[in-house]
Design a protein around this ligand. Structure first.
Ligand SMILES: *[C@@H]1O[C@H](CO)[C@@H](O)[C@H](O)[C@H]1NC(C)=O
Length: 348
């Protein structure tokens, strides 16, 4: 079913923007959105919000010089902004008032944004860190660059400016940075629809880590794996998935490394569903879990198999029956019976 509304979404952070948006863990300070009516091929409304960063224990968030030059924003605008959760609530009310809220019998809408960074590298990780509940409609979006490449069969597109140039369109004259970006996305969308493009399948953000087992003989793409180091020793695979929130990890794609003594050593291998996601994961190098920073490096398919690869089919069968947890018990007496093991587990 074709989508009837699009929402062009744009955010800026207090640190890096553009290609490196989100890579320095800086908070979102600007959120702009534009509602587009696909059926009538026209802009319906546009809103801009300044977002007030949450005070940090260590330092007050200040805009970097790089950010000020790029965005034209200053500290005063941000100080008068609303916290992120309020801005998201306001956005939700906006959808409702326009009749496009998915939970209120609204017509369908889907986000469109310039590349994956805004949604995958900003909204998902930041709301996860701040314990803000991000509505499910943030799990779907169109990447305008991908749509553009698909339709015009070109490979040179890397940002909004390049798309405008390709189509011979003028840049927008708005003074405000985010407004300009949204208006320019709208004129590209307008042209795409005019030329006959249909927005079909969208990009989807996976919501949770699915359990799965990897066999020793499985092929694992070298461009899909990272090694994370410096993890708190008690981290579970779900904690690690949380660190990579916004990216699609493969089924059973988190393998915790063990030392030769069988203890966790603060390392894990993580397998993603595509090279694009692996590359986004690498940009989270030195991001934090609590006070610790986590190192993220490229790794190979073989590295993953070495830790995650199993050769027994019993575990596979167990998971396929809907089992969620497998434990390993060590130091059992040689004489232990199945019944004794079972009884010893009853205490849990
Ligand atoms: C991400 O995960 C979702 C849900 O699991 C899936 O539908 C989608 O195809 C995945 N996208 C990519 C790029 O792997």
């Amino acid at each position: 079913m074709a989508v009837s509304y699009l929402v062009a979404l744009f955010c800026a952070s207090a640190g890096k923007n553009g290609e490196e948006l989100g890579s320095d863990e800086e908070q979102v300070i600007l959120f702009v959105y534009l509602l587009y009516d696909v059926t009538n091929n026209k802009v319906v409304a546009l809103q801009q919000h300044y977002v007030k960063p949450q005070p940090n224990e260590l330092s007050e968030t200040v805009l970097t010089e790089e950010c000020k030059t790029e965005t034209g924003l200053d500290e005063n605008m941000i100080k008068n902004g609303q916290p992120l959760d309020h801005v998201l609530e306001e956005f939700d009310r906006f959808l409702y008032s326009k009749g496009v809220h998915p939970d209120h019998g609204g017509k369908s809408f889907c986000f469109v944004s310039d590349g994956p960074n805004h949604i995958r590298q900003c909204f998902h990780p930041e709301t996860c860190n701040k314990n803000i509940n991000l509505p499910a409609y943030f799990n779907k979006y169109y990447d305008l660059r991908k749509e553009f490449k698909k339709y015009y069969k070109t490979d040179v597109i890397k940002n909004i400016k390049a798309m405008l140039d390709y189509l011979g369109l003028e840049g927008d004259q708005s003074v405000e940075y985010g407004v300009r970006q949204c208006q320019e996305m709208a004129s590209i969308v307008h042209r795409l629809i005019n030329d006959g493009h249909v927005f079909g399948e969208s990009d989807i953000v996976s919501e949770r880590l699915e359990p799965g087992i990897c066999s020793k003989n499985e092929f694992v793409d070298d461009n899909s794996v990272v090694r994370a180091r410096g993890l708190p020793w008690q981290s579970s695979d779900q904690d690690i998935a949380r660190f990579f929130k916004g990216l699609n990890i493969s089924k059973g794609g988190v393998a915790l490394c063990l030392s030769p003594q069988g203890r966790r050593n603060g390392e894990a291998l993580v397998r993603f569903e595509s090279e694009e996601h692996r590359d986004l994961a690498i940009r989270r190098h030195k991001h934090h879990i609590g006070q610790r920073y986590i190192e993220v490096y490229k790794a190979t398919g073989k590295d993953f198999i070495n830790v995650a690869g199993g050769s027994n089919t019993e575990a596979q069968a167990f998971l396929s029956r809907g089992g969620q947890v497998i434990i390993r018990m060590r130091g059992l007496p040689f004489t232990a019976t199945t019944q004794q093991v079972y009884t010893s587990l009853q205490v849990f």
